[in-house]
Design a protein around this ligand. Sequence first.
Ligand code: PEP
Ligand code: MG
Length: 918
Amino acid sequence: MSEKHVYRFGKDENGNNVTEVAGATVDEAKWITGGKGANLAEMANIGLPVPPGFSITCQTCVAYSSAGNVWPDGVLDEIDVYRKDLEKRMGKKLGDKDDPLLVSVRSGAPFSMPGMMDTVLNLGLNDDSVQGLIKKTGNPRFGYDSYRRFVQMFSDVVMGVDGQLFEDAINAKKAERGVKLDTELNADDLKDLVATFKQIFSDNVDPEKYPEVVVDGKPVFPHDPYLQLRLAEQAVFGSWNTPRAILYRKQNKIPDDLGTAVNVQCMVFGNMGDTSATGVAFTRNPADGTNERYGDFLVNAQGEDVVAGIRNTEPISDLPKTPGLEEAGKELYHVFEILEDHYADMMDLEFTIQEGKLWMLQTRVGKRTALSALKVAIQMYEEGRISRETAVMRVAPEQLDQLLHPQFDPKAKYEVLAKGLNASPGAATGAVVFSSADAEAFKEAGKPSILVRWETTPDDLKGMVAAEGILTSHGGKTSHAAVIARGMGAPCVCGVEALHIDAPNKECKVAGTDVVLHEGDIISIDGTTGDVILGEVPLVRPQLGGDLETILDWADEVRKDPARGRVIGVRANADNPADAQLSADNGAEGIGLDRTEHMFLGERKQLIQNFILAESDDVKQESLKKLGEAQKGDFLGMFKAMDGKTVIVRLLDPPLHEFLDNPRDLEVEITKEECAGKDCTEKRALLAKLDSFQEANPMLGLRGCRLGIVYPELNVMQVRAIAGAAAELKKEGFDPKPEIMIPLVAFESEIELVRAGVEKTLKEVEEETGVKLEIPIGTMIELPRAAITADEIGKHADFFSFGTNDLTQTCLGFSRDDVESAFMPLYLEKKIVKRNPFATVDPGVAKLVQMGVEGGHKANPDIVCGVCGETGGDPESIQVYYDLGLDYVSCSPYRVPIARLAAAQAKINSNGGPAKVA
Ligand code: PEP
Ligand code: MG
């Protein structure tokens, strides 16, 4: 059976609806005739007034583009049949000199891409048919205005002539006539402009690119309406692949292989006098969700005038009160109701009123802010239109970020100075500082700052806490700066390569501009978009109300109900009592990862340094004792905040040099001092020691469980602190539930050895305190070997936590710190990778996770499996993890609400979709 390429919509000459639908539902049809085409057909089928027309399918676009802009066999004939059919249905012909048919030619992809692709209006006009239009309307000004608009739009959109040339010609005409407004030009002026525009066409169209329009060696504006139509259809197909459309798809994660439909539809005119109008509207307020009709209209205008903002529009509520438009206005208000009843959602729509008669040109599910999404979902449930599950599906998890962090005032105008990776959401504004110490000093002086660094290190933590936001010129979304900032809920833009930072001299050049930032200069950053702005941008914190809580409660209700499918938990990554409390407040059901190394910073850094560097055993033991006491204090706070809930504490993971000073700084200091004649023997010894801890590839060296094997006393100290805190709290009547996690295991023998040590220490603490502890012991799976041999490793683990940060870098060979800013943008652009694998789990890594889960269960049917890498907070990855059978995901405390919603949606998606109505 040959494929159908064209579908018609609207009525025939007898007033019968002859719509052909491309699928059983609008959602099915939109993949074939695009969102606009599918919804035009749907509106026609529910009896709304839709100007007749036809849609050429998205698949035709794909075939046309992939053949190098060549029409598939037979399609032009098929279109011709539908064109003739449309002429018959309308009783008019394109190009007719008495009563011409005019059509619009519009794009319409499966997903809305507003303004990204092409539209041509008034097609079919030529020197003959303009006379027909004038005859029919008795309005020469209208006729020539429509004609000049068409020549202008066709030349610009279809033939690529610079649009400014036409604007210049209009301005020249207005100057010649001594008038200010386009509307003051009369029919003769507009007729002159048509001639001028045609000349511009001839002078600027490339004859080699468009041989179809060449007459006697020169491009001539095509008189033939069928040629006009074919060129316009080709232009719409071509506009699928313009750089801006490609960019828009990339930003909005729309696949490139969908194509756009072309909708050819009879023109209706909103510019035929005072009983005509055009407008756009939403059935509810898309900004704040208020249940009110929302939108604007313009009397005596065409659609583009509303969008262009040339004239002031009227509020939609005035439409039924406007003389001459009362009936159409009332009908539109009725259409609002019909659309909401039919689609059970907030819709946006475009309409035109031609001489008092209402026509619907488009409808689609309305885009809305997070605030509006929450409110409308709750309203629709309360009105009995949708089920609670559908309400939960109506809010995009990523959108919640808008509500959880401060953002730039949407009314603010600003210019972007540089762009980087949107590493941690929210916006901040403050003075540039180049060191952690300066950030602290600014904080003390009451001045907000932005910490600008090449990349941050654990040393910068205090400054990161003191600053309002963090900006780095290096590193990706799982770089130190990004991970820590997300954990803290601080805005962060990282990997801004344009920044050339000279920290010692406290200045930073911005490549591609002549801006040089100095300490104290005010900048603003937007961690949601990756924008860096010179100067202050005002911030706003959106007001929440209880709507977020309501939707999250509904999400939890679905997520935790075993009757509706497998349950997936949501935990948080937190490493201090305040973050543990915040996690609990945000609804986390436990801590999935406490990175204990974060407890060794600030004043405790000296203690760990003493342990690492001291020659004397006494000093080492003393440092360990103090570290243990400090950690125990933290655990007491965390276990209390999470009383009765799991807290997974990971034994020390990073390479030890991360706690040490940079040997290069010491080397500079020594050189200076030796030049000044000082004796630096001791410092040289220290330098040698510092150097001995350096590693060429620190991520693959002495870290993870290997640390506790080389330095078993570190594990003893940590396990004692964990078990000691738990025993103490149990005695006080609390219900602490710590679990101990061994990081970066590759071999079964590693976990066996480390587990034995941990169990020995636990036993000792139980005997010393007389408290039975029963602390589960598990491991991170973050090396491919661990995932592959999970059936061996699982024999010794009560739980597995998949560390997708390390698993991604070791599986893909992408260094966490270098790859994202170095070549990830290029890899994404060239489609070598579809998504940033550090943000959304890579399919290869997902396979390793699957192997890990299966192997783990083979060895230990009761094993609990979760994810604690950054992808644990990513909605798309959460869907993958739900389907792989994981028991929980763990993410930064600030992402917990997002993960709760995403986990509920994953469950609904994988269990047959939402229930229809409550
Ligand atoms: C991981 O590797 O995914 C993980 C959570 O550990 P970290 O980021 O601390 O290496
Ligand atoms: Mg790791």
